[in-house]
Design a protein around this ligand. Sequence first.
Ligand code: NAD
Length: 321
Amino acid sequence: MTDPGVTRRFARAVVTGGAGFVGAHLCELLLEEDIEVIAVDNLVTSSADTLDHLRRHERFRFVRHDVTQPMPPDLAADVVFHLASAASPRDYLALPIETLRAGSHGTENALELARRARARFVLASTSEVYGDPLEHPQREGYWGNVNPIGPRSVYDEAKRYGEAMTSAYRREHGTDTAIARIFNTYGPGMRAHDGRMIPAFLDQALKNEPITVTGTGEQTRSICYVEDTVRGLLALARSGHPGPVNIGNPYELTVRQVAERIKDITGSASPIVSVDAVVDDPQRRCPDITLARDALGWEPKIDADDGLRRTAAWFRRAPSR
Ligand code: NAD
């Protein structure tokens, strides 16, 4: 294990979940940074089309593989980003056991690759490990308030297990690990019908259909533009910090305010309507990013209006919407 604070240089990255929304943006950033990229994905919640624009890079390779199975023995890298997991509520509620396996067997297999290759390892964990938090804003030292048997637990507990396995590899094998706790991230490339708030609101607004806010709409979210998130993941990889480190935008909005911003930005005629609350929906979500600022020199740069405008522009053009 090396000291925190060291800036690492990488020649080749493996990105599990590389065909997904965050993964594809991360692959793009790594290629821009002259790092060779191998995206590993079984396409369970994504499509290979996401990677069309990356295939022209000669330093990019796609490997179709389920991370719950041992990694192909010929894979080698000096950094492994482990993002493979269903991530939207619609996906993980439809794939509960697959999600638990991706977080457990999948994380262990990705860690094993990093151990074998003596690579830096970055786990894409989530703010969901804080559950419905009793502390606000959430700092990394907070242990969370998660219902272990509710429907969302398949995702939250898989990520908590993934964090525990990552920490065990660090202690037992000296693997150079890091844990990123990613907060709500949005941007171009999201699927309109994946059940997440921003693509759902944008899709409804652009079709002038009612924008459906769950529950009171007073629950808060802190939304981070995807370019900022992937810069944060790379900054964490390059640091020697083990984490966990919150990667998110501390600018907090109520869900209703997000709906109103999207309605304004798109010039939509949609009414904003309330629908049933979601089971175990967190009421407040806001990262404390002091650690990321101090240890990684990272903070988000793109504000919500700018990010939502860019995302709305992409959704207007997206052929599959
Ligand atoms: P996504 O669904 O767009 O991408 C996930 C990718 O993982 C998909 O391409 C899917 O096919 C792949 N995958 C799932 N199970 C797999 C398996 N067993 N083997 C191989 N590939 C598999 O989700 P996303 O928003 O890009 O999220 C990426 C990661 O970031 C996830 O680990 C998620 O938990 C984490 N994260 C995302 C957010 C967010 O707001 N987007 C917030 C917190 C954490």
